[in-house]
Design a binder for this molecule. Structure first.
Ligand code: R2B
Ligand code: URA
Length: 320
């Protein structure tokens, strides 16, 4: 069963007053909160001062990609300081890296559901302790496409699991807890419009399948283990295509579920590195892959600039 209750209330809260709230009554009673994997603590850092102005959070797999994102975006927002770089706020730990320019926070999350989930628990608490409101969070990443030209960008309509279900299941205290993975439809439309504004690369809105593994979990034939045929693989990917799935990655399910439960407006924007109907290996030259990886950053960078320049409008910038 998909849980609703306090989580649906949290989304309503967000729409009403736009504050980020963990879906956990214990947090408000804690004297100190140590965000261990960020190397930050409420007793040694002033969260409202450091992060209170955050309105956009971008998350992606690697530290270098997330630093590049901030380095490229800051001058466009008129926020760069000549000669200054963007230090890693999580210095002292190499679990995650975090960079900030004005209202934009950029954080790496590593690979897979467990890694991004740990990061999101601490990020959501950070935004809560900082008393942030009206925050939009976007995952910018890479993926394998289904039936798309490599380099296409997919804006996720719905994150689904490997059985094509729009649900994230986690075993909590020995029992399965199932959460909805619905994403913000208005945000999807705004991002699609941004890609149309840019008109620089093909972009589609489609479902994204999130798996627990890159090889067998995504039906690859080139892993260390494989117990199926090319025909089995093609049938699975064709069935995925018929279910509206246009790309496969490894984080969107828990990202969508946690953000929804805690009142964060969330989206997933991933570039496809290959067409999985045509192969499994990612063998394009590095320059080509590097250029592909910049596409979600360009789209989301444009979105942020647009929101900030029209902060009086009533949609995405309504809570600024
Ligand atoms: C996309 O790329 C990574 C695997 O190579 C994984 O983090 C993902 O979602
Ligand atoms: N990331 C994935 O998870 N799968 C791919 O095929 C490519 C990138």
């Amino acid at each position: 069963m998909v849980s609703t209750g306090p989580e649906t209330k949290n989304l309503e809260n967000h729409l009403n007053n736009c504050f980020v709230r963990p879906c956990n009554p214990h947090i408000a009673t804690m004297k100190e909160d140590v965000l261990y994997h960020f190397n930050l603590s409420t007793s040694t850092h002033n969260f409202p001062e450091m992060f209170g102005d955050v309105k956009f959070v971008c998350v992606g797999g690697t530290p270098s990609r997330m630093q590049t994102f901030i380095r490229n975006l800051a001058p466009d927002l008129g926020l760069s300081i000549p000669g200054a770089d963007y230090p890693n706020i999580c210095e002292g730990t190499d679990r995650y890296a975090m960079f900030k320019a004005g209202p934009v926070l950029s954080i790496s999350h590593g690979m897979g559901i467990p890694s991004i989930a740990i990061m999101l628990h601490e990020l959501i608490k950070l935004l809560y302790h900082a008393r942030c409101s009206g925050v939009t969070i976007i995952r910018i990443g890479t993926s394998g496409g289904i039936g798309l030209e490599p380099g296409s960008v997919v804006i996720t309509q719905q994150a689904v699991d490997a059985c094509f279900k729009p649900e994230f299941e986690l075993v909590v205290l020995g029992k399965p807890v199932v959460r909805s993975t619905d994403l913000d439809e208005q945000l999807v439309r705004e991002l699609a419009q941004c890609s149309a504004d840019l008109s620089q690369f093909p972009t589609v809105v489609g479902n994204t399948m999130c798996t627990l593994d890159f090889y067998e979990g995504q039906g690859r034939l080139d892993g260390a283990l494989c117990s199926y045929t090319e025909k089995d693989k093609q049938e699975y990917l064709q069935a995925a295509y018929m279910a509206g799935i246009r790309n496969i990655e490894m984080e969107s399910l828990v990202f969508a579920a946690m953000c929804r439960a805690c009142g964060l407006r969330a989206a997933v924007v991933c570039v496809t590195l290959l067409d999985r109907l045509k192969g499994d290996q990612i063998s394009s030259p590095h320059e080509v892959l590097d250029e592909y990886q910049q596409r979600p950053q360009q789209l989301v960078g444009h979105f942020i600039k647009k929101c900030l320049s029209s902060s009086s409008s009533s949609s995405s910038a309504g809570c600024l």
